[in-house]
Write a protein that binds this ligand. Structure first.
Ligand code: 26W
Length: 821
């Protein structure tokens, strides 16, 4: 009763204003006249958090004593983005709060901008995890997100002289009002050492792990509110701390620095997120990070299970654990270790529990992205786990030999240990063998998994394989990012769409309504004006909101082919220079994305983009008709401002390389049209919106394979295409490098001699397709209609649909509704 009508829970405006001032005084120690924007933000965040905590506690109460299965989503990355705006949307109080702070003379948008972005992820995989926990809460499914509380998230990118410069991210500098430290649930994690055998009281031979060191994992919890439901689930991130502040033995010898050293080393474990996407670095600290958070999480689940009076034999009945790629795959060995060594369960019982517990999602087909750990590194860190993996492998390979009589090639291909050269543990194999379900993230990707990367596993156990196409949360990517468009939705179809995205279909009947189309265009133009303001602010480049905004934002990678777009831009520029009076449709090319710090070619691709901007943007003959912009530091926050202002979405990876893509979905639901290859989820977007409303080009995955088999020579293609040849020559001769013919040589040589991602082969088709885009854009009515239909038919790409499929096919979990206390 004390909770009710309190200034900490009430959603009324007056109560909210009182609470805000109260927090400004008593959490920030400031009064209105001297408070900074950061103070206001913090006071607001705490005010909103109180309202959220009420739901959180109610949810925790409802889940306690609840027998239903809980989802544990294990992910090394959660790219959450700022919490405040999203929380206001999900609690349904955005407008009231805007008013309340307005009455205090503050602008909500300014305050939202104060929040540091928790960039605890690299890109697609981490952002998917964030969308998924939003959907889990919205669907009222009992779930925990488990991950790592990196002190420094993905680096902050600046552009200096056209080059990427990495700056350390310090998102915790001003504190994080959304997390609560829970030292009482800390976990001790053992690492290193050796194993020895012993004889137990019943005279059985057993193995004991004698670890070398202990690190403490401290959980930090954040509430994850569902959209307009009482459910608020938990994101639990682990931070490494030393067991003792310092080593007294060393200290007493007078070596103060030496004594503190151990503490520093332990705490280094969760200091930094590895900024590589797609190429694992085989770094010891990374394996340690993975084991650390997985060990903490499994231990935590067992604590919860026991707290509910459950026995360890029922672990899989209480928890469905999903492995977000192979980063947490060590969990298979860790759970076996717990069951066999700590609980003394017979091997087969332990294995049955383990495989019924885990599900594994694969996110990439690139061979260089498949995680493998050198055996000696593995043994040094996790000697007992390596023994268990050998045992799992032996039993598994026996089954393989029985299934494929005498096929030793299969045995080598399926083995958890790669023995082709230096010996490695293959984490994807461990995850696949240790799980009851394996899934790809789009239809094509899942098919290719079954056909290539995991073909032998598919032959062995086809029933394990599933396909679940990715999705994104419409709360952040529509309701929060594109308020103007959502206002039009509300007037036209109500606001059921935010929970049931398929309702956007009801917009279809307005696709030919001229007045509706006019409003649609006005909204897009408004969004483009805002984006143009941001661009000039961040880059100094003035762009025309009336020009077509042609956007490619994603990690910089050769397989994503940002340089294919560059070749085409140069061709347009060349065309315009050859005939200054040519009818050129004005376009603004907007690129944004980070390159892995050690990925030289990707960084050079950024340099090439900024270099062509430096020439094209300032060439008077162009008369502003073409602009090339590189927006620094692509992030969740900048994404929220870019997608709503895009006309054209570039999704131009080589077919068969992009597992799914999720940016493609965010663009489509914000009314951008896609120019894309038949890759990843592009195929399904095209299917949904209709091929008349989608610009496809390039080889299919099958054609790519065939072309390679037939022997591919990029030089032949380039020489046969005068346009492409001219473009390559312009770069090669130094037009974009002030005569320096060395600067871009690595890109040009790559193109001429290898062209691994077959830009040349797809170039002509891409270039033609861009002309088709021009034609469509000139016909304003046609373009607007296509845009409306893209949005109306994007319902499939809600992460609610993805999560419902996981719940039904893999997790077997059902909703639990939460009564407020
Ligand atoms: C350390 C090495 C490493 C790091 C990250 C290897 C692989 C990864 C991720 C699997 C890379 C990633 O983010 N993959 C992307 O996952 C998205 C979500 O499923 C997909 O939409 C993207 O197509 C895929 O590239």
């Amino acid at each position: 009763d004390l909770l009710h009508a309190s200034d900490r829970t009430s959603l009324s405006k007056d109560s909210f204003k009182r609470a805000f001032i109260d927090n400004l005084f008593y959490t920030q120690g400031k009064f209105l006249q001297v408070a900074t924007h950061k103070d206001y933000y913090q006071a607001l965040a705490y005010t909103v958090r109180d309202r959220l905590l009420y739901r959180w506690v109610s949810t925790a109460t409802a889940y306690t004593g609840q027998v239903s299965r809980t989802v544990s989503y294990l992910s090394a990355e959660f790219l959450m983005g700022p919490s405040l705006g999203n929380t206001l949307i999900n609690l349904g109080i955005l407008d009231e709060v805007r008013q309340a702070v307005g009455e205090l003379g503050l602008d909500l948008t300014d305050l939202l901008d104060q929040e540091a972005e928790p960039g605890l992820g690299n890109g697609g995989l981490g952002r998917l995890a964030a969308c998924f926990i939003d959907s889990l809460a919205t669907l009222e499914l009992p779930a925990l997100g488990y991950g790592i509380r990196y002190e420094h998230g993905i680096f902050y990118q600046t552009i200096v002289d056209g080059w990427q410069v990495e700056n350390t991210d310090n998102w915790l500098r001003y504190g994080n009002p959304w997390e609560i430290r829970r030292p009482e649930w800390s976990v001790e994690v053992k690492i290193g050492g050796f194993t020895e055998t012993y004889t137990d009281t019943e005279d059985r031979h057993r193995v004991r792990w004698v670890p070398a060191k202990t690190v403490v994992g401290v959980p930090f919890d954040s509430p994850i509110p569902g959209y307009r439901v009482n459910t608020a689930n938990t994101l639990r991130l682990w931070s490494a701390e030393a067991t003792q502040s310092f080593d007294f033995e060393v200290f007493n010898r007078g070596d103060y620095l030496g004594a503190v050293n151990k503490k520093v080393t332990s705490e280094n474990l969760t200091k930094i997120l590895y900024p590589n996407d797609e190429t694992p670095q085989g770094k010891e600290l990374r394996l340690e990070q993975q084991y650390f958070f997985v060990a903490c999480s499994l231990h935590d689940m067992i604590r919860i299970l026991k707290g509910q009076g459950g026995s360890i034999e029922r672990f899989h009945e209480k928890f469905a654990v999903q492995l977000n790629d192979t980063h947490p795959a060590i969990g298979v060995a860790e759970l076996m270790r717990i069951l066999v060594d700590d609980y003394l369960l017979p091997w087969n019982d332990a294995w049955s529990i383990t495989t019924q517990t885990f599900g594994y999602t694969n996110h990439t087909l690139l061979p260089e992205a498949l995680e493998r750990w050198p055996l000696d590194l593995f043994r040094r860190l996790l000697p007992r786990h390596l023994e268990l993996i050998f045992e799992i492998n032996e039993r598994f390979l026996h089954d393989v030999r029985v299934a494929f009589l005498g096929d030793e090639a299969r045995v080598r291909a399926l083995s958890l240990i790669d023995e082709t050269g230096e010996r490695y543990v293959r984490m994807a194999h461990l995850a696949t063998v240790g799980s009851h379900a394996v899934n790809g993230v789009a239809t094509l990707h899942s098919d290719l998994l079954k056909k290539d990367v995991l073909a032998d596993f598919y032959a062995l156990s086809p029933q394990k394989f599933h396909s679940i196409t990715n999705g994104v949360t419409p709360r952040r990517w529509l309701a929060l990012a594109n308020p103007r468009l959502c206002e039009l939705f509300r007037e036209t179809i109500g606001d059921g769409w935010a929970k049931e995205l398929d309702q956007l279909r009801r917009l279809e009947r307005h696709a030919d309504d001229a007045a509706f189309a006019e409003r649609w265009r006005a909204i897009k133009l408004d969004n483009k004006r805002q984006l143009a303001d941001l661009i000039v602010q961040r880059t100094g480049i003035e762009v025309d909101p009336e020009s077509m905004f042609d956007v490619q934002v994603k990690r910089i990678h050769e397989y994503k082919r940002q340089h294919l777009a560059v070749l085409q831009i140069i061709a347009m520029y060349h065309r315009l220079k050859s005939d200054p009076n040519a009818e050129v449709l004005p376009r603004t090319f907007i690129f944004s994305g980070k390159a892995a710090p050690g990925y030289a070619i990707a960084k050079l691709m950024i340099r090439l983009i900024t270099a062509i901007g430096d020439v094209i943007n300032y060439d008077p003959e162009v008369r502003g008709r073409l602009k090339v912009v590189f927006m620094p530091n692509f992030s969740v926050t900048t994404g929220q401002r870019i997608y709503p202002g895009a006309d054209l979405s570039e999704q131009i990876s080589l077919a068969g390389k992009e597992a799914s893509g999720t940016g493609n979905m965010k663009f489509a639901m914000n009314g951008a049209l896609t120019i894309g290859t038949m890759d990843g989820a592009n195929i399904e977007i095209c299917e949904e919106v209709g091929s008349d409303n989608f610009f496809t080009f390039g080889m299919t995955a099958a054609q790519v394979e065939e072309r390679r088999r037939a022997g591919y020579d990029p030089r032949e293609v380039i020489e046969a295409n005068p346009e492409l040849h001219a473009v390559v020559e312009l770069i090669r001769n130094g037009l974009f490098s002030r005569g320096d013919t060395e600067l871009f040589k690595p890109i040009i040589d790559g193109l001429l001699w290898h062209d691994t991602y077959m830009l040349a082969a797809d170039y002509a088709s891409y270039s033609d397709c861009q002309l088709e885009v021009d034609r469509a854009y000139r016909d304003t009515a046609r373009w607007t209609r296509m845009s409306i239909l893209n949005v109306a038919r994007s319902g499939k790409f809600s992460s609610d649909r993805s999560i419902q499929e996981y719940a039904d096919k893999i997790w077997k979990v059902t909703p639990v509704s939460v009564p407020l206390l």
